[in-house]
Design a protein around this ligand. Structure first.
Ligand SMILES: NC(=O)C1=CN([C@@H]2O[C@H](COP(=O)(O)OP(=O)(O)OC[C@H]3O[C@@H](n4cnc5c(N)ncnc54)[C@H](O)[C@@H]3O)[C@@H](O)[C@H]2O)C=CC1
Ligand SMILES: O=C([O-])C1=[NH+]CCC1
Length: 312
């Protein structure tokens, strides 16, 4: 009989998930995905059902990575919450399987995995696409993803200034008080992005929060929110004028309101840039439209499980 699955809580997952180990694994799997050898990396576009009564969605994100024999699925619930509602905006559970038998070996809380792997992929895009001289980082939205993005961006890069702005000033002030390091809080998004070299949008807005006319030419934008086909974070001007990179072309064509509704053309997947088959146009204004992929969760979950196992 198969062994019972182990349950790894969010604290345990967080203890075993380090960016230093995660980033090279994400780079490798994104490259493999974009090589398109579907026998090696299998990942359908996320299937999503609405949770009508609660302004939410449940996404199912299975993935199989053959060369390392990792079989995994994440189930992620995400919501459009009003700021004064004291309920979580995202919940996630990751199942890791024994691919030979099909039984579940580990059930993990998926929140830390979701926060860190998303921020790590954004940092990979910045490594490839942000201007060579990047002094000012601006983060729009001050929730959970803002925290993980702040952590990894200030760890990997050195900025002269980090600015934040959120829908409500108190949220941005709370964020600034909670992170390790200096942050300038602004009440206007337009002022916050003025002259910024890299702008991260991590909001749960369904309408544009960043407008092309505000953006410094040559800046790199990492757009993490707006994961539904009718949601936007970026306006048409920005989508038209920038060179657009994505994590998955297939996913973007189905899920990204910024791409679908603006009619913008996708220039490349991040994996294509990592593989050297498409160029990183650092001198242009670039957008990385992130949606999140099951393979990203799979490599993160495998890393956590292996580290946890070797600690036993
Ligand atoms: N691309 C990916 O792989 C992933 C994307 N997401 C998405 O990222 C977004 C952020 O996620 P969390 O940080 O967990 O959410 P959260 O609810 O913790 O934070 C959202 C923040 O956006 C702010 N906000 C909302 N409207 C705004 C506006 N108009 N202007 C400025 N700020 C505004 C809110 O005040 C809040 O601070 C969500 O849309 C989520 O669905 C989440 C996980 C993975
Ligand atoms: O990849 C992911 O986990 C998510 N993308 C959008 C909401 C959650």
């Amino acid at each position: 009989m198969a062994e019972q699955p182990v349950f790894l809580s969010n604290d345990v997952v967080a203890r075993f998930l380090s960016y230093d180990e995660l980033i090279p694994r994400l780079e490798e799997v994104l490259g493999r995905f974009s090589r398109g050898s579907s026998s090696d990396v299998v990942q359908p576009v996320r299937s999503v059902i609405p949770i009508h009564n609660h302004s939410g969605f449940l996404g199912l994100m299975p993935a199989y990575i053959a060369h390392e024999d990792t079989l995994c699925t994440k189930m992620v619930a995400f919501y459009r919450r009003e700021e004064n509602v004291n309920l979580p905006s995202t919940q996630a559970t990751v199942l890791l399987f024994n691919p030979e038998y099909g039984n579940v070996t580990a059930v993990m809380d998926g929140l830390d995995i979701t926060h860190k792997r998303t921020a790590a992929v954004s940092a990979i895009s910045a490594k490839l696409l942000m201007p060579a001289q990047s002094d000012v980082l601006c983060i729009l939205g001050c929730g959970h993803q803002a925290v993980s993005h702040y952590e990894i961006f200030t760890k990997l890069f050195s900025f002269k200034e980090v600015r934040v702005c959120s829908r409500r000033l108190e949220t941005a002030e709370r964020f600034a008080a909670g992170v390790q390091g200096p942050v300038t809080v602004l009440s206007s998004a337009k002022e916050a992005v003025h002259g910024a070299d890299i702008i991260i949008t991590v909001t749960n807005s369904s309408k544009p929060v960043l407008f092309g006319e505000w953006v410094k030419p040559g800046a790199h934008i990492v757009a993490v929110g707006a994961c539904r086909p009718d949601w936007r974070e970026l306006d048409d001007v920005l989508m038209r004028d920038a060179v657009i990179y994505v994590d998955s072309r297939e996913g973007a064509a189905v899920e990204s309101g910024d791409i679908i509704l603006s009619g913008a053309e996708v220039f490349a997947e991040l994996g294509e840039v990592l593989n050297g088959t498409r160029p990183a146009l650092r001198n242009k204004t670039t957008v990385f439209k992130s949606l999140g992929m099951g393979i990203q969760d799979a490599v993160a979950a495998k890393l956590v499980f292996d580290e946890w196992k070797s600690s036993q």
